[in-house]
Design a protein around this ligand. Structure first.
Ligand code: ATP
Ligand code: MG
Length: 460
């Protein structure tokens, strides 16, 4: 068995004989006389096994062991003990050494031990790879080839394996939950639970007991003791979906658990410790919520330690073809249909469409198209319909069956166009406040709203 062995001993004679014996045994060795140098090498190259003397001037073997394991927890470290250092060897084992070998020892004994350590190392490595693969199968990959998605992936990779709180922002359906999962499954918490709470779906009281749990009799209807999500997610990750919807009272409790890692069940005086990483999502601008007094500023800063912004699909059109193809393949497989291409006109329409429902809308439209298209091409409709409504020919007949939100958006867009982006005139005509109009322009990123803004900037 070949392996890279780091050899650390201050005694030159000892070092040479170790290297010789291991070399004879077929191992590649790199000798070091000082702990600091050995650690430096460890941070640059991969070693399969380390073997170290315990008593050395400067950094001792125990210190080396601790630092090496802090850097690479799976590294098998063998310590060499002399007659007087057996207690230290026991201490080393307690601190995570793989094994110890007592002086004087023969070359065979040494090689045997190093082989065992290298095998152990290999098994752990295989196990990790296996777990990684399971994870990938268990979770959907984050697709997209645009520069914007590359940036999101880079950010995820950079912060996944920390305990930092993350705030994932983006419009509805743009992949906030998927990104949160990627963070969890890319972290050392991956084997622990990933739990999700939708803060918008529960009343303040219910949300509090959902998050922190409650004691029996804490409130009417609390007929049993119940653990909250912070308890259930112990060691793992808790996703607070639509965090902007939490009421001010509960925001204070959330701030405390983020800051002090402490909380109590509703109706209990017993303080508990939470080892939970928190990821929050929002599709609102939290800065605005803070300004309007609806969201605590201190909580905002706490959550926003690492922000990840997922741009809306219309701003990363490069992703549309790949996503459409993957969703088509998935739907075809699920429905047991043979593969058909997407009609050229549909592909073009998908690029120019504004996707208010982002990736989710794309996924749903494709799934429907796979099921409903009758020819030998897949025709994605709904897009034409959605665009027709935004044109001035829209009639009540044409609006039938569409959601109010979509109609509202189309009317606003059309009126803006009519007044060439003049927001005050548009708002007056529609009988709404300019503020409301601006909020909607921002929310939907309307083209005429943008033009008006850039004109305003240009004329300043
Ligand atoms: N980059 C992507 N690659 C593959 N699938 C994606 C991607 N982004 C989103 N999806 C898919 O789109 C759907 C919506 O994604 P997700 O639930 O993560 O969005 P969201 O931002 O949390 O939405 P909401 O604001 O409504 O909660 C899911 O089915 C998800 O798998
Ligand atoms: Mg979501």
């Amino acid at each position: 068995m070949s392996a890279n062995v780091l050899v650390l001993d201050d005694d030159r004679f000892m070092r040479t004989s170790l290297v010789d014996a291991l070399g004879e045994g077929g191992f590649d060795c790199e000798p070091f006389s000082e702990g600091a140098k050995a650690l430096e090498a460890l941070s640059m190259r991969r070693f399969d096994v380390a073997i170290t003397d315990l008593k050395m001037p400067g950094m001792t073997g125990l210190e080396f062991l601790e630092k090496a394991l802090a850097h690479e927890s799976e590294l098998p470290v063998i310590v060499i003990t002399a007659h007087g250092t057996i207690e230290t060897a026991v201490e080393a084992m307690k601190r995570g050494a793989f094994d110890y070998i007592r002086k004087p020892f023969g070359a065979d004994e040494l090689c045997h031990l190093v082989t065992r350590a290298a095998k152990h190392r290999r098994l752990i490595g295989e196990n990790e790879t296996l777990k990684g693969e399971l994870r990938r199968v268990g979770d959907r990959p984050l697709l997209g080839e645009s520069g914007e998605m590359d940036q999101v992936r880079e950010r995820i990779a950079a912060i996944a394996d920390s305990d930092a709180t993350v705030l994932v922002r983006g419009e509805t359906g743009c992949g906030k939950e998927l990104v949160s999962r990627a963070i969890h499954y890319g972290s050392s918490r991956a084997d622990r639970p990933f739990l999700c709470v939708n803060c918008a779906a529960l009343s303040a009281g219910l949300l509090e007991s959902e998050l922190f749990g409650h004691e029996k009799g804490a409130f009417t209807g609390a007929d049993r003791q119940r653990a909250g999500r912070f308890e259930l997610a112990e060691g793992g990750t808790l996703l607070l979906d639509e965090v902007s919807e939490i009421d001010l009272n509960l925001q204070a409790k959330l701030l405390r658990v983020l800051q002090e890692r402490e909380f109590e069940r509703v109706g209990s005086g017993k303080t508990q410790v939470a080892d939970v990483r928190v990821i929050a999502t929002t599709n609102r601008r939290l800065e605005d919520e803070v300004r309007e007094g609806r969201f605590r500023e201190d909580l905002y800063y706490r959550l926003n330690i690492v922000p990840i912004e997922i741009p809306p699909l219309r701003d990363r059109k490069d992703d549309i073809p790949l996503l459409a193809t993957r969703f088509k393949e998935q739907s075809e497989r699920r429905a047991g249909r043979s593969s058909r291409p997407i009609a050229t006109a549909s592909a073009a329409a998908m690029i120019s469409y504004h996707w208010p429902g982002n990736v989710r809308e794309l996924e749903n439209l494709i799934e429907r198209a796979v099921l409903l298209s009758v020819g030998d091409e897949i025709v994605v409709d709904g897009l034409q319909e959605n665009m027709a409504i935004a044109s001035s020919e829209a009639t009540v007949e044409g609006l039938r069956g569409m959601s109010l939100a979509r109609i509202e958006r189309a009317v606003i867009e059309e009126t803006l166009r009519q007044f060439d982006g003049h927001q005050k005139k548009t708002a007056e005509t529609l009988g709404i406040g300019v503020r409301t109009l601006r909020d909607k322009i921002k929310k939907w990123d309307l083209a005429f709203g943008r033009r008006a803004r850039s004109q305003a900037v240009a004329s300043n």
